[in-house]
Unconditional design. Sequence first.
Length: 301
Amino acid sequence: METGAAVNTGHTTAGLGRKKEKMYVTTIKRLLKNRLAVVGLIIIAIQVLMAIFAPWLATHDPVKQNLAAAELPAFSDGHWLGTDNYGRDIWSRIVYGARISLVVGIVSVSLGLIGGVALGLLAGYYKKLDGLIMRIVDLLFAFPGILLAMLIIAILGTGLINVAIAISIWSIPTCARIVRGSVLSVKKREYILAMKALGASNARIIIKHILPNCLAPIIVFATMRMATAILSTASLSYLGLGAQPPTPEWGAMIAAGQAFMWTSPHMTIVPGIAIMLVVFAFNVVGDGLRDALDPNMDINQ
């Protein structure tokens, strides 16, 4: 009897594994059918490669000044995208700026996910904690996001580390609300009620059965939040609250170039285009993932 039970359990586990594998393959196929999402993936891949291989892709030291070569236009000899008012190579600064934007985005979104997922799981599963946690979330929602980030930076001080912390705190309430909604839906399902009846611990139910069923909205949120994080980092650096000179950060580059908009527009336009492309990429990939992970897609089509 024990052998039979073991065999049945093995078959069940293998069946679930194949089902999950099929689901992943289906999701990827749906995503790749979305042309905008594919374009977004290509742009993101380019940014990641730029961030990884920045020392090899950069043609000059991104912070080294050369006043003799200041404000050179694009396609000048040795400077593909020209130079800024201090003679620093804009291409090299864009390449290193890709690394800064990506790292700050990943760190801030990851920290926001840790806090938001934890609060969302607790609020959705434990009714007694729901009211308290959601009131805190509502309080954070009362502040406009960028204003909340500026307030946190005013307390912690300027710098990219504090920008990442500020953006992560800003991300927590939205993430918590999304996860809470998913938990409220999942915990009413029959297999969750059956697990409770069999005496499974709350921690086991939350981690092994509820959290995996909340991954789809979490993945979509994280992808789209990367766009917000990168744009917010650039905005805060533009205002002088993030990266400080001579750090090659895209928002700081726009701030430095605005005084030369008429004489050297490439100083502002090039980093502006970089921000626009990356934010666009993460947004369209997030939209594509949302559509690909939608279980009702086949019915709607």
